[in-house]
Design a protein around this ligand. Structure first.
Ligand SMILES: NC(=O)c1ccc[n+]([C@@H]2O[C@H](COP(=O)([O-])OP(=O)(O)OC[C@H]3O[C@@H](n4cnc5c(N)ncnc54)[C@H](OP(=O)(O)O)[C@@H]3O)[C@@H](O)[C@H]2O)c1
Length: 350
């Protein structure tokens, strides 16, 4: 298979390239050359910014069996790529997100209702990044644009929190944060309730699925998520893996919000509020039935933490080159240990 990656060797792109090469495919990538620029010297790299009509001309007239698009956030930008490749591509995989669903009061399945863009259609591009209110609705419009251009010949990957090694964009740290805190400290502040469900997807399992779907010309949206577990079970698992005994201090989510703690950024893997109970607990069974293989949890956890340990600057929110180029935009820092201890103290005193 001749595969075109729209995006670079960052996280999902890196593992897509790695799996595709190992499976004997030819890969070409199109990116700005900022993220991990020295990776895969043997792979053809077309340099360009997908938001630029001029840069996209390098793709005009090229033919590919399959495209994997990892950095689409705005349907108007994605449409430019679809237009330039028109008629020259067999299959298109678009990396979407579980953020497409209209609400999360139940474990969402692929046919459930999707978000609609309520705001003005001329949303500035930068506001479409993860965490913004436009992220989900714009991903929906991207999925629809892809389906119109490739009816029955496109896959939409709705992934939950990504985990695993080589994450230059820092998503992995959202899970590794908890493992590191439990490993390194004797008390950990956790947004309750303890039964709150969370999940992740190992980037290596996901990209194997992506490449195999491209090979066989699969079609449709797929939630990519390992089965969800209560956060307390994950934290207990981390304690077991690292043989530590941190006290888990479950605080009321409302109280944490009143203290100004920012959900899913300062304290990751947490989206509070009505209708979000199953945000990190979408139903991943359709992809599993289609052949998604999930490696043991312990392997993902150890490898994510090892990567996070080796790249502390990402966890600190220090903007490094790779992060500045991240499709997800630079992320703010996690809660500092000092602030976490203050909050634990205040929660106990309240
Ligand atoms: N990771 C998660 O937990 C998660 C969860 C849900 C959904 N997603 C989705 O997964 C996708 C990517 O995830 P990721 O973590 O692999 O992203 P990432 O680490 O931020 O990598 C994005 C890649 O795209 C390239 N890129 C960015 N903007 C570009 C542009 N304008 N033109 C050309 N290339 C561009 C970057 O290379 P250059 O900088 O060299 O251009 C980089 O290699 C996104 O669509 C995101 O919405 C991720």
């Amino acid at each position: 298979v001749q595969l075109l990656l729209i995006g670079g060797p960052s996280f999902i792109g890196l593992h897509t390239i790695r799996y595709a090469l190992a499976a004997g495919h030819d890969v070409t990538m199109f990116n700005r050359g900022r993220t991990n620029p020295d990776a895969f010297p043997e792979v053809e790299r077309l340099r360009g910014d997908r938001t630029s009509d001029e840069d996209l001309q390098v793709l005009r007239g090229r033919t590919f069996d399959a495209v994997v698009d990892t950095c689409g956030f705005d349907n108007r930008v994605v449409q430019k790529t679809l237009d330039v490749l028109d008629g020259n591509v067999g299959h298109y995989t678009f990396i979407s997100s579980v953020s497409v669903y209209a609400d999360y009061s139940a474990p969402r399945q692929e046919d459930d209702e999707l978000e609609r863009l309520e705001a003005d259609p001329d949303v500035p591009l930068e506001r479409a990044y993860g965490g913004s209110a436009h992220y989900g609705p714009l991903k929906v419009l991207c999925e629809q644009a892809v389906e119109r251009a490739f009816p029955g010949r496109s896959v939409k990957i709705r992934l939950t929190l990504g985990a695993g090694p080589d994450d230059h964009g820092r998503s992995t740290h959202r899970m590794a944060y908890w493992a590191q805190r439990v490993r390194d400290h004797d008390s950990v502040l956790v947004p309750g309730p303890a039964s709150r469900l969370v999940n992740f997807i190992d980037v290596r399992d996901m990209t194997e699925f992506i490449v195999r779907q491209a090979e066989r010309g699969g079609s449709g949206p797929f939630n990519l998520a390992a089965p969800a577990l209560p956060i307390v079970d994950f934290l207990t698992l981390f304690k077991g893996i690292y043989d530590t005994d941190a006290e888990l201090v479950f605080a009321d989510p409302e109280w944490l919000l009143e203290q100004g703690v920012r959900p899913n950024t300062e304290l990751p893997w947490w989206i509070p509020g009505e209708g979000h109970d199953y945000h990190f607990a979408v139903d991943g069974n359709k992809a599993i039935a289609e052949g998604l293989r999930l490696r043991p949890l312990g392997e993902t956890i150890r490898d994510s933490v090892e990567w996070a340990d080796a790249h502390p600057a990402l966890a600190d929110g220090v903007p490094i080159d790779a992060q500045a180029g991240s499709a997800s935009g630079p992320r703010p820092a996690f809660l500092s240990r000092e602030r976490e201890l203050e909050l634990i103290e205040a929660w106990r005193r309240r």
